[in-house]
Write a protein that binds this ligand. Structure first.
Ligand code: CAA
Length: 263
């Protein structure tokens, strides 16, 4: 991937796994406009990188994943600029969902407001035992602005989403797991290695098959069962035209590990 100038993020890739880290530790990794634009630039580069198989999103330091949109920056916005700021956050979250490769949120601390919205845009969420989740916007006289009213309701059900958003309360990692906001809770010091291991496992599978599965699950969640099943059948058939499917089935029959190329 071509180098991008990043100030508020770091990005690195190894063994087919990219890791983007929100790195504004002094503001608990809060998302301002610059950080959101940098995230969009990373997503563009990730989309074009044919060697990547999975992306991890995390926050710098031991305290926060992302503690929300940057409140100091938002405090000077009027309605039109706030709308454009929300558009930017929505583009980042939609951009994560639209990536063909799977994304993993490694929630290493506070995931609040825009931070929880960012995590929910990832395919898989794993939490440190120190993580705290919430949509505390109402404490500021605001409401979720990066998709929280929609993705949270789909993730935990409308009634729980209303409780979380109306109360602005924070929830511990175990509670978040029980609600379906995180898949697993991992001891804090083991989280990054745990997520890298999950990402490497996925990276070793057939990339086109993983990408088509992601698309079918995502499209199916927003459409009827019949149209989701139709997309599945179509994708299943298409995979038989890929070199990877031929290789995967041949490798099984020859009792060896497959060497997938992503084509
Ligand atoms: N924006 C800007 N700065 C933030 C921030 C945020 N969302 N969250 C924390 N910070 C800053 C603090 O202002 C503080 O800066 P200073 O050291 O310069 O004073 C620094 O990070 C450390 O924070 P605290 O001293 O508050 O740390 P704490 O451990 O006492 O509390 C916390 C941690 C509970 C997360 C608390 O910082 C907090 O409540 N943060 C705000 C969380 C929030 O409301 N998020 C939602 C934002 S709105 C939103 O996200 C809208 C949307 O949907 C798009």
């Amino acid at each position: 991937m071509a180098p991008i100038d990043l100030e508020n993020l770091t990005y690195e890739a190894a063994d087919g796994v990219g890791t983007v880290t929100v790195a504004r530790e002094k503001a608990l990794n809060a998302l301002d406009e610059k950080t959101l634009r940098e995230l969009l630039a990373v997503l563009d580069a990730v989309r074009l990188d044919r060697d990547l198989r999975a992306l991890i999103v995390t926050g710098k330091g031991d305290k926060a994943f992302v503690a929300g949109a940057d409140i100091a920056a938002m405090s000077t916005l009027g309605p039109l600029r706030a709308r454009r700021f929300a558009d930017l956050g929505h583009r980042v979250c939609a951009g994560l969902e639209e990536l063909e490769l799977p994304t993993i949120a490694a929630v290493n601390g506070f995931a609040l407001g825009g931070g929880l919205e960012l995590a929910m845009a990832c395919d898989l969420v794993y939490a440190s035992d120190r993580a705290r989740f919430g949509q505390p916007e109402v404490n500021l006289g605001l409401m979720p602005g990066f998709g929280g009213t929609q993705r949270l309701a789909r993730r935990v059900g409308p009634m729980r989403a209303k409780e979380m958003i109306f109360s602005g309360a924070m929830y511990g990692a175990e509670q978040a797991r029980a609600m379906g906001l995180a898949l697993e809770v991992v001891p804090h010091g083991e989280l990054q290695a745990f997520c890298r291991e999950k990402a490497r496992l996925i990276a070793s599978r057939g990339p086109v098959a993983v990408a088509r599965s992601k698309r079918a699950i995502q499209v199916g969640a927003d459409e009827s069962l019949a149209s989701g099943c139709e997309l599945e059948r179509e994708s299943f058939g298409l995979l038989f035209g890929t070199a990877d499917a031929a290789e995967g089935m041949r490798a099984f029959l020859e009792k060896r590990a497959p060497a997938f190329k992503g084509s």
